[in-house]
Every structure is written in structure tokens, then in C-alpha cells.
Write a protein that binds this ligand. Structure first.
Ligand SMILES: NC(=O)c1ccc[n+]([C@@H]2O[C@H](COP(=O)([O-])OP(=O)(O)OC[C@H]3O[C@@H](n4cnc5c(N)ncnc54)[C@H](O)[C@@H]3O)[C@@H](O)[C@H]2O)c1
Length: 275
């Protein structure tokens, strides 16, 4: 991120979301990390595109409130890193939606450390949630899709950090690179079941997570968090991408329109990552 090295200087580009359409009409989609931030926006965009959604998050009160606000079919509070809770979650979503044909794995978190002094328990927890959690939800859902002979789609959440990476968040960056690799392998593993698997790589978004990042950078540089946050923009957009804009990429990848796009790590970072 950084707006100093792009083409001609310009002001912030407007947000254009376009019509919601009906790309997910009749789809039954489980969304993780749905209480707030990007997960909430993905759930809202899926509903707007015609899907019935089941929400999950480890924040019980928040996910329950979000489910009410969005008109979700239901919700389950669960920690995606806990295999037992994930089994119960996917069973509840499958029963509540009367079938499952889409998963958006958005739950995740970031930590910052001295790159040579990352506590083992922090490393383990980052991988348990960001990588294993996404895997557990995807595998449990895919087993049900396979058993029911239903086609489906699964969209994971990686990050530009999984491609470019950040020294200050080395473990997080490594976990998101693992999500990209897992996406490729699951895509191959599930192709015969007609289950399409991709991941989205957002750049900096205006969520609680990015405010946390700005706070850490401010502490390291002696700057003001708000001033640091102002610098964390996507160069070509001249601003941060909104969660609602990035949610459109999930709707597309969950839909039949993405049938030929398989095992990919799709950048939704306003043009900052060139590969
Ligand atoms: N915000 C950014 O700039 C940015 C950039 C690139 C990628 N991402 C990724 O996007 C995803 C969403 O991030 P966000 O910015 O909306 O963050 P956020 O913190 O606002 O929301 C994340 C949600 O995931 C939930 N969650 C975290 N750990 C969980 C667990 N173990 N089990 C169940 N739920 C859990 C949280 O409770 C929260 O509701 C994450 O995977 C993140 O790594 C974010």
C-alpha cells in the first residue's frame, strides 16, 4: 500500500457497487467471521444477490445481532479453530439451510511481532484460526456437498500479506500464504465433485483489523494512529477499498459465473499487488 509510486496523481476514485443482481439466487451459503467487518459485508452482499445465509463467528452477541439485521436464516457461535465446534456448526448450517452449496471463510485475525521473537503460542494460534479454521470449515462443508452429490463453491480469505507479506506480521503473512496453497490443493481435490475453490486477497480495508495495524505502526514510528491509517490506502483507488466493494468479489467467486476460475488467489486490493 502507498500512493506515492503509482501513475498520475489523482483524487480518490468513487465507490461503484453496481446492481446486486441475482447471481446467488437459491444458493445456501455459510459465512464465517460474519459478526462484523468483511465477513458481515460478504453476508450482506450474498443476501442482496439472492442467497440464504447462515452466519457464524466466535462473538455470539454480535453474530446474533448481525444475523437479525441481515435477515439470515440462522447463526451459530463457534471458534473455527475447534474441530468439534466446526462439525456442530456445519451440521447446524446444513440443517438450517436445508443443504449447503456455498462457503465464505472470512474469519481470521492478525498479530504483529518482532520477526525473530514470535511466541510459539501466537504462531500456533494464527495458523489454527487462519489456516486450520478455514480448512476445517471447508472440509466439513465439502464432505456434505459430496455426500449429497451437490455442486458448490468455497471462497477462502487470504490477503495481499500472503503474496507480498509484511516483516512486522511475519506469522500472519505466512498463514495467508498457506491459505493460498491450501486453496490450490482443495480446488484440485474437489474438482471431481464440481466444487469450486478460490480465495480473495484483500489489501487494507477499513475495519477493526486495519485500525489495529495502524495502532501498531504508530507505536513503532512514534506517529499518530489516525495519520498512519490515512497512509494505508490502495494506490490506484486513492483510498482504502470498502468491505462492500471487496464483498462483490466473494459473490462473483461463489457464483456460477466463476466456473472457469479455479484454485485462484484473486487480488481485491485496488491494484497494489501485480501478481
Ligand atoms: N482488514 C484488512 O485490512 C484485511 C486485509 C486483508 C485480509 N483481511 C482478512 O479479512 C478477514 C476479515 O478481516 P476483518 O478486517 O473483517 O477483521 P475483523 O476483525 O473486523 O473481523 C474478523 C471476524 O472474524 C472473527 N473471528 C476471528 N477469529 C475467529 C475464530 N477463531 N472463530 C470464529 N470467528 C473468528 C472475529 O470475531 C470477527 O468478527 C480476515 O481473514 C483477515 O485476515 C483483512
Amino acid at each position: 500500500m502507498g500512493h506515492f509510486d503509482t501513475g498520475a496523481p489523482h483524487g480518490a476514485l468513487p465507490i461503484r457497487l453496481g446492481p446486486a443482481g441475482d447471481a446467488l439466487a437459491g444458493r445456501r451459503v455459510l459465512v464465517t467471521g460474519a459478526a462484523r467487518g468483511l465477513g458481515r459485508a460478504v453476508a450482506a452482499a450474498a443476501v442482496a444477490a439472492g442467497a440464504r445465509v447462515w452466519l457464524t463467528d466466535r462473538l455470539q452477541d454480535e453474530v446474533s445481532a448481525t444475523a437479525d439485521e441481515l435477515g439470515a436464516a440462522g447463526w451459530t457461535a463457534a471458534d473455527v479453530a475447534d474441530a468439534g465446534q466446526v462439525e456442530a456448526l456445519v451440521e447446524a448450517a446444513d440443517a438450517g439451510l436445508q443443504g449447503l452449496d456455498g462457503v465464505a471463510n472470512v474469519a481470521g485475525f492478525v498479530l504483529h511481532h518482532d520477526p525473530l521473537a514470535i511466541p510459539a503460542e501466537d504462531w500456533a494460534r494464527l495458523f489454527a484460526v487462519n489456516v486450520t479454521g478455514s480448512y476445517l470449515v471447508a472440509a466439513a462443508a465439502a464432505r456434505r456437498m459430496r455426500a449429497a452429490g451437490r455442486p458448490g463453491s468455497i471462497v477462502h480469505t487470504a490477503s495481499e500479506a500472503g503474496k507480498v507479506g509484511h516483516v512486522d506480521s511475519l506469522a500472519y503473512s505466512a498463514s495467508k500464504a498457506a491459505v493460498i496453497s491450501m486453496t490450490r490443493m482443495l480446488s484440485k481435490a474437489l474438482a471431481g465433485d464440481d466444487v469450486n475453490v478460490n480465495c480473495v486477497c484483500p489489501g487494507g480495508l477499513d475495519t477493526a483489523m486495519l485500525r489495529e495495524v495502524a495502532q501498531v505502526y504508530a507505536e513503532r514510528t512514534g506517529g499518530e494512529p489516525d495519520a498512519v491509517l490515512d497512509q494505508l490506502v490502495a494506490g490506484q483507488l486513492g483510498r482504502r477499498a470498502s468491505v462492500d466493494e471487496v464483498a462483490q468479489a466473494y459473490v462473483f467467486l461463489l457464483s456460477d459465473a466463476a466456473h472457469t476460475i479455479r484454485g485462484q488467489a484473486v487480488n481485491a486490493d485496488g491494484g497494489d499487488t501485480p501478481y
